[in-house]
Design a binder for this molecule. Structure first.
Ligand code: GAR
Length: 191
């Protein structure tokens, strides 16, 4: 069973999707802890219901205390599921090729600092693109830059607003992220 730490900053719908896929038996993994940069966030409500330990990280800090906890918990994969802060270099080095991020667009386009949530979908709308989608990639020192693991596209040719794009992409995210975690659990991901 793959031991996960899921990092979040807000709503937590991707966290909920992971938990649901574990409960259904589709995914052989355990969410051992959920980490957030916010003391209060909707994702933590899921943790109360599911009895998942939570940890609030001070993003001005070196993350050394958190790294010790992740080590003690024998975390095998860190999943950034809507975590909107930069990951410090010491954590990236400690968990090399073991931190993945979900991004709500088709990287390498429309990534980087400030590209999250509706900012991304507004940029997609402006670009008049007929497709968008979700990307899972390894995390390195640069925002949205690490090696792409998997992408899934959605047709947005009939879409009029950024909110509609967000809803279509989110639906795909909820399938793609558990699918990629499953591949990790089955040792099917190549670096
Ligand atoms: C998701 O759409 C995720 O792709 C995005 O934040 C949302 C979190 O939703 N992440 C980024 O924009 C990272 N650049 P959730 O809290 O409901 O899972």
């Amino acid at each position: 069973m793959l031991k996960l730490a899921v990092f979040v900053s807000g709503r937590g719908s991707n966290l909920a999707a992971i938990v649901a896929k574990i409960k259904s038996g589709y995914l052989s993994a355990k969410v051992c802890m959920v980490v957030s940069n916010k003391k209060e966030c909707k994702a933590f409500e899921i943790c109360i219901d599911e009895k998942i330990p939570t940890y609030v990280v001070d993003t001005n800090d070196s993350y050394e205390d958190l790294i010790e906890i992740l080590d003690n918990e024998n975390i095998e994969l860190i999943v950034l599921a809507g975590f909107l802060k930069k990951i410090p270099i010491n954590l990236i080095q400690r968990f090399k090729n073991k931190i993945i991020n979900i991004h709500p667009a088709l990287l390498p386009a429309l990534g980087g600092k400030g590209m999250y949530g509706l900012n991304v979908h507004n940029a997609v709308l402006k670009s008049s693109s007929k497709v968008s989608g979700a990307t899972i990639h390894f995390v390195d020192e640069i925002y949205d830059n690490g090696k792409i693991i998997e992408q899934r596209e959605v047709d947005i040719s009939d879409v009029k607003t950024a909110e509609e794009i967000a809803a279509k992409v989110l639906k795909v995210e909820h399938e793609l992220l558990p699918d990629v975690i499953k591949k990790f659990a089955e040792n099917k991901i190549k670096y």
